[in-house]
Design a protein around this ligand. Structure first.
Ligand SMILES: Cc1cc2nc3c(=O)[nH]c(=O)nc-3n(C[C@H](O)[C@H](O)[C@H](O)COP(=O)(O)OP(=O)(O)OC[C@H]3O[C@@H](n4cnc5c(N)ncnc54)[C@H](O)[C@@H]3O)c2cc1C
Length: 813
């Protein structure tokens, strides 16, 4: 086929991901598109996938996408005439421990909340459906009748055919050697067939290059952090009397089982995986397999043989080892790269690319065609990737862990163990000496809680109270009754400067930011639908300069949003994160403590709530912001990193006389949830309307046009379709983490978007939306509420206003 010189979009890679993007773009009427595959369709990872299509995922939208894939794959054969092998054989997951029982039952609740059919089944029912499996030690079993298995290569071929039928060009044997750009946006691709080279001009390029995708992206300065790992399964010779079996997962033994054509497949998610392709992925790779490693697979087979004695006698037909891309957090990447306009990505599928690609291709096609994600995709958004994650040694070390984590216990607060310590606060060693137990976000080491002298500095994970519960309580109560110090250096800090800075930010922010210098404004940046793109504070430093403070995890996303909207305006947008440390001194005694180290006037008149001032602190200077994410009197102290250790030491020294307690992120979160402060990515996302999120108080529609203003006015007119409520369990014992089901008058209506323990309120606290079209606030609150945790319902109080300090008197004291 002769290649065009111009296309609306070029898709790189003919695996299931690229074929799905092509299929869905063409369905949206983008027919002038070209998919280029360097060798043959499916020849990378897709051809050898096991073909499991499981719908139980960790969140609402991931479940939605998996369910979409399953439904699509059932229809594809009729549409394209290609047999996809998709059969809804159902699946059974077995738990062997009490912890796994909790996890499976919680997942079942989550699935039910999203209308995925799921039942807890008895051991007798397991045996009836799966006679070959030993069940003596099984603690729990759940059955999903809608789960299935398919032929992955044919799924990709059917998607490709569906795209072709609508006009897309799919060309094999053409390698993209470079994505070209003009310094700001993509201009097309250079290609090479071996005999011929050429260029296709395009405004949109989508990297679906699987494990090759990272290095291709890096050529363009795009961060796509993934690394290949060896991934194993074996297939037996035909076994007599195998029968028709559902897919079986035994995560506690790192194993899954699939029967097909009378043979049994056993797949492994071993705890310590083998990275592969450290020197780059070979150019000539085409339907290749990697060498066997029986010693590596043996521990899984040993357990499988005990679980399913047929493996003792069955002959092994294939021992398969194939490479697959894994990412640092086990989530794939979708979206437009923040570094380069028009450079889109759908890659890094962590061994769930078949089940995910149908939905992911659909979501990405809408995102490309309409300029906005169709719903919240933050979990898999490419903008969560950190530039340092291009480091290949980091990736290699991390993926040894992430492959196994897919089948490991997904306890709340579970921390990764590999490739740690990359980004540290200047006072990291101080925190460590004080007993800090660290967690990691965006590469940052952050003190999550402080161990007492003699206490083990480690997590003991659990679905109930974990070993740090009392530490969190002590830190939490210090903030409520005395004074606590948090190191929040990981905050993202963005300086926006220039003569048009004020107008620019007022166009993006829903709150008024044309305020006197020294004012701190809490605001959201909205999209055109009124959804929340960013949740931040904006501090006016001078007539022409602002400091934006955002969560560490969203910094790249926020920078990308700002840069995408800056256009020709005279503004400079600079990431200042590494230049300042942040110490949050919080609690009713924070004023008296700060006064001990600073001569600044700190009373309400001289230093009112919502303002920032430079103060002397010890021998240093700090910019103190009087705001609070914990709902108490307090100051966030921004200190140049070279003076951070001095300021920290000064505070701790003075703190000895004031009962100062070092506090971690777990206490920060438990305090903020008592005050019902929203957490971006959980309680508020780009899918959540700012008014329904209960943040209308931070929106100034009296201001001239800002993005989202019309959507706010429309919603005011139409009324809220749902409201964010805060819940407190009556029983002080159970814990809430998030994703538990919200039950209104006996019926599941939604899930909790976040949860933690309210140590001052005396029970677990959750936040969640309740659908309420046409209802008043009183109607919503007049219902009775329960929260379903692992199948058990617990009575809960519900409130629209924060249950802790509803009038916010404490922050203003
Ligand atoms: C052993 C094993 C079992 C698995 N089992 C399952 C399962 O049961 N269920 C499930 O959902 N997933 C499973 N997976 C995962 C699944 O196979 C992958 O996630 C999926 O195939 C990834 O698809 P992809 O399109 O991203 O990558 P690929 O299939 O690798 O496609 C990328 C394509 O891009 C092409 N390409 C790369 N660079 C260029 C370039 N410069 N120019 C042109 N073309 C280029 C490559 O040739 C390749 O064909 C399994 C994986 C393995 C290894």
């Amino acid at each position: 086929m002769t290649l065009p010189t111009h296309a609306r979009a070029v898709i790189i890679g003919g695996g299931v991901s690229g074929c799905s993007v092509a299929y869905h773009l063409s369905k949206l009427g983008w027919t002038d598109i070209v998919l280029l595959e360097r060798k043959q369709l499916t020849c990378g990872t897709t051809w050898h996938a096991a073909g499991l299509v499981g719908q139980l995922r960790a969140s609402q939208n991931m479940t939605r996408l998996a369910k979409y894939s399953a439904d699509l794959y059932l229809r594809l054969e009729e549409e394209t005439g290609i047999a996809t092998g998709m059969r809804q054989v159902g699946s059974i997951s077995l738990g062997l421990t009490e912890d796994r029982r909790q996890e499976l039952l919680r997942q079942a609740t989550l699935a039910r909340a999203f209308d995925v059919e799921v039942q807890e089944i008895t051991l007798a029912e397991v045996k009836a459906m799966y006679p070959h499996v030993h069940i003596d030690d099984v603690t729990c079993a759940v059955h999903l009748p809608g789960d299935g298995q398919c032929d992955p290569a044919n799924i990709a071929m059917a998607l490709a055919k569906g795209a072709r039928m609508r006009g897309a060009r799919i060309v094999e044997g053409v390698r993209v050697t470079r994505v070209t750009d003009d310094g700001a946006r993509v201009t097309g691709v250079d290609w090479d067939t071996g005999d011929e080279q050429g260029h296709i001009a395009a405004d949109v390029v989508i990297n679906c290059g699987g494990m090759w995708g990272r290095d291709l992206a890096a050529q363009s300065g795009v961060t796509l952090p993934l690394h290949a790992c060896e991934h194993f399964y074996l297939v037996t010779e035909p076994i007599d009397g195998l029968g028709h079996l559902p897919v079986l997962r035994v995560p506690d033994e790192c194993a899954y089982y699939k029967s097909d054509a009378g043979k049994m497949m056993l797949g492994a998610f071993e705890p310590r995986a083998k990275p592969w392709g450290m020197g780059g992925i070979p150019e000539d790779f085409c339907f290749d397999a990697l060498p066997e490693d029986f010693d590596h697979f043996a521990p899984i087979l040993e357990k499988a043989t005990a679980r399913m004695p047929m493996f003792e006698t069955a002959g092994i037909h294939t021992f398969f080892n194939g490479p697959e891309s894994f990412t640092p957090d086990d989530r794939y990447y979708l979206g437009e790269a923040p570094e380069l306009k028009g450079y889109w990505v759908a890659a890094g599928y962590n061994s769930i690319g078949i089940v995910s690609s149908g939905g992911a291709g659909m979501a990405l096609a809408h995102w490309i065609a309409e300029g906005e994600a169709p719903f919240d995709l933050w979990e898999v958004d490419i903008r969560r990737a950190q530039p340092f994650q291009r480091n290949r040694r980091y990736l290699r070390d991390r993926v040894t862990e992430t492959l196994g984590l897919l089948y490991a216990d997904h306890w709340p607060y579970r921390q990764v163990e590999t490739a740690r310590g990359v980004r540290r606060s200047p006072v990291h060693e101080h925190l460590k000496q004080a007993g800090a137990v660290f967690g990691e976000v965006a590469g940052w080491e952050r003190a999550n809680w402080f161990a007492l002298p003699g206490q083990a500095r480690e997590y003991r994970y659990d679905w109930h109270r974990q070993n740090w519960f009392d530490n969190q309580r002590a830190e939490h109560m210090a903030v409520r009754t005395g004074v606590g110090l948090f190191d929040m250096t990981s905050f993202g800090k963005i300086r926006v400067e220039g003569r048009e800075a004020c107008g620019f930010l007022n166009h993006l922010c829903a709150n008024e930011v044309d305020v006197p210098a020294g004012r701190v404004v809490y605001t959201q940046m909205l999209n055109a639908k009124g959804g929340i793109e960013s949740d931040l504070t904006v501090t006016r430093l001078s007539e022409t300069a602002y400091l934006l403070v955002v969560p560490g995890a969203t910094l790249q996303r926020d920078l990308a949003w700002l840069r995408a909207h800056a256009g020709d305006r005279a503004v400079a947008i600079t990431d200042m994160t590494a230049s300042e440390a942040v110490f949050c001194l919080m609690g009713p005694k924070s004023r008296e403590m700060l006064q001990a180290v600073s001569p600044a006037a700190l009373d309400n008149e001289a230093f009112p709530f919502g303002t920032a001032q430079e103060i002397e602190l010890g021998y240093a200077l700090a910019r103190a912001h009087r705001i609070s994410y914990v709902g108490e009197l307090g100051w966030e102290l921004y200190v140049s990193t070279d003076m951070a250790a001095h300021v920290f030491e000064t505070l701790r020294e003075a703190g000895a006389d004031h009962g100062l307690k070092l506090c971690g992120l777990h206490a920060l979160d438990s305090c903020r949830i008592e005050k019902a402060f929203r957490h971006f990515g959980h309680d508020i996302t780009d899918e959540d309307h700012v008014l329904e999120a209960g943040l209308g108080f931070a929106v100034r529609t009296a201001k001239p046009a800002f993005i989202g203003r019309d959507a706010v006015l429309r919603k005011r007119e139409a009324g809220l379709a749902r409201r964010m409520l805060q819940f407190r369990l009556d029983d002080p014992e159970p814990m809430l983490f998030h994703n538990e089901a919200v039950v209104r008058d006996g019926r599941i209506v939604s899930i909790l978007t976040s949860g933690n323990y309210g140590h001052a309120l005396g029970g677990a606290i959750g936040m969640g939306y309740v659908p309420c079209a046409g209802e008043s606030a009183e109607d919503v609150l007049s219902s009775s509420y329960e929260i379903e945790i692992a199948g058990t319902r617990h009575r809960a109080q519900a409130s629209l206003a924060p249950m802790y300090d509803p009038q916010s008197e404490r922050v203003r004291q």
